[in-house]
Design a protein around this ligand. Structure first.
Ligand SMILES: Cc1cc2nc3c(=O)[nH]c(=O)nc-3n(C[C@H](O)[C@H](O)[C@H](O)COP(=O)(O)OP(=O)(O)OC[C@H]3O[C@@H](n4cnc5c(N)ncnc54)[C@H](O)[C@@H]3O)c2cc1C
Length: 448
């Protein structure tokens, strides 16, 4: 492909090198890499790439398991376009550079007495990357991160700047909030925040069948409910988090206890379990039973972000499906039967979460209250046979795959799952008719 054009090459471009994601499930070899520091430089890069026939892909923190951020064209890293752009204290809205990492937010929001309404398990992602794939936490009354977006600025396919808010180009909001990186380069994001709050966390070992029997009630009885089921056991670790006022009394974990459970047991022991499971798979059930006795029996109260987020140091690969919330018990029982029948040895716990229905067109919770079931495998283990079989079960319940986690579907099977799929594609045709932001993954899931 020729890179000669009448437009001179933006100085911010440097020759590319190998790029890999966190889960080591995707890699690419971009021709160029750019770390722009201004929106003007982003515009120049998009225009130049469009003129030369190269594609542009913005990469966040590389925490998607799918190759959604992979490119052999221009890899755009917005790590320098980060931090606070504007704050509307009266409305509780904060505009952030798109490359801002979620872990920066507590410090950014604290002076304004604000916090994110909900968060996922980790905070390594960028805000633009997280919303673009539909990153979510848990809570029957709460949507994913993209539902907290009230505005954004994008550089679209022809290099022009597009502002979308609740009053300007508002019809595009349900598409651009969760746009898979297909609609443009997001340069800033405006979030609706909430007054800072604490979470009272109750973590308990419980019985799987008992929790499934009352799943609907359990998942709506507290603000944020989730559980992990350890395959080959009847045990689950439940987490029930209740929101408290920001000035409520904190009772944080003792640093040693936190290190012992979150670092050593949850990560170090998990790593060891995976290694042992690979050498002696028959030991996995016993190891899982031991794990259920060691973790997940504690109470504490802390700042919301300190409760939502946990360290993840064991590298893994993940698939996660959203199904109607009421179908979770039946689907999980099917997965248990599957694992028993196939005789697999699964070291990683299976994670179950919930979220409120929302209106974003490609949200996995679009139009229905969602229950999420996530399966994992160590990154050195081939996940395909397990993930494909679980996917078949989840598809039987009308499952929608997380856009940033492994799955085996394409546009043909995904389109019927989303009432506004064609509307989304029409917006893509409008904002990126030349497919400057395309890559093979987007072609697979959205079409050419
Ligand atoms: C350990 C771990 C834990 C996780 N926990 C959760 C969880 O609790 N809940 C959950 O839902 N998911 C979770 N995920 C998945 C993760 O949140 C998503 O995959 C998320 O998209 C990653 O964000 P990122 O910044 O790394 O984006 P990347 O993976 O780098 O990119 C994702 C997409 O966003 C696009 N993008 C990035 N920046 C821009 C921009 N400025 N403009 C336009 N497009 C852009 C990329 O092109 C790509 O399409 C987890 C992943 C890992 C590895």
């Amino acid at each position: 492909m020729s890179t000669e054009t009448t437009q001179s090459r933006p100085g911010v471009l440097a020759p590319g090198g190998i790029w890999r994601n966190w889960g080591r499930s995707a890699s690419s070899n971009p021709t160029w890499v750019a770390r722009p520091t201004t929106v003007g430089e982003v515009v120049d890069i998009v225009k130049w790439a469009g003129a030369t026939g190269l594609t542009v892909k913005t990469v966040g923190a590389g925490h998607s398991f799918t190759p959604i951020a992979a490119t052999d064209g221009v890899l755009l890293d917005l790590g320098w376009i980060e931090g606070v752009v504007a704050v509307d204290e009266a409305l509780g809205q904060v505009t952030l550079g798109a490359g801002t990492n979620l872990h920066q937010l507590p410090d950014i929001l604290r002076p304004y007495g604000l916090a994110l309404a909900n968060m996922g398990d980790i905070d390594r992602q960028t805000i633009a990357g997280a919303i673009s794939t539909g990153t979510h936490g848990t809570g029957a009354g709460f949507g994913g991160l993209a539902t907290q977006v009230v505005g954004m600025t994008l550089v679209i396919g022809d290099g022009s700047i597009l502002r979308v808010t609740e009053t300007k180009n508002a019809e595009l909001l349900p598409a651009v909030r969760l746009g898979l990186g297909a609609l443009g380069v997001i340069v800033d994001v405006t979030l609706q925040c909430v007054p800072a709050y604490l979470l009272s966390a109750v973590e308990r070992p419980e019985n799987l069948d008992a929790v499934l029997a009352e799943f609907e009630q359990r998942s709506t009885a507290v603000d944020h409910f989730e559980f992990y089921w350890w395959p080959h056991t009847d045990a689950v670790s439940t987490k029930s988090n209740t929101r408290l006022a920001g000035d409520a009394e904190r009772a944080p974990l003792h640093p040693v206890g936190e290190w012992w459970e979150d670092r050593l047991l949850s990560n170090g022991a998990l790593s060891l379990m995976c290694a042992v499971g690979r050498i002696a798979p028959s030991a996995t059930p016993a190891i899982n039973r031991l794990a259920t006795k060691l973790v997940g029996n504690r109470d504490f109260t802390d700042y919301s972000h300190r409760v939502f987020v946990s360290p993840r140091t064991v590298r893994f690969r993940e698939m996660e499906y959203a199904i109607p919330r009421a179908s979770v018990p039946a689907a999980l029982r099917d997965i248990r039967t599957l694992i028993e029948n196939r005789g697999w040895r699964i070291s990683f716990p299976i994670e179950v979460r919930v979220a409120a229905a929302d209106a974003n067109w490609l949200s996995t919770a679009h139009g229905r209250d969602a229950g999420y079931i996530a399966v994992h495998r160590h990154y050195r283990d081939d996940p395909e046979e397990y993930f494909r079989a679980v996917e078949q079960i989840m598809r039987g319940y009308g499952g929608r795959p997380h856009w940033g986690k492994l799955h085996y579907q394409d546009a043909g099977s995904l389109a019927p799952l989303y009432p506004h799929f064609a509307d989304f594609v029409a917006v893509r045709d409008r904002l990126d008719p030349g497919r400057v932001f395309a890559n093979p993954y987007l072609t697979r899931v959205l079409g050419a």
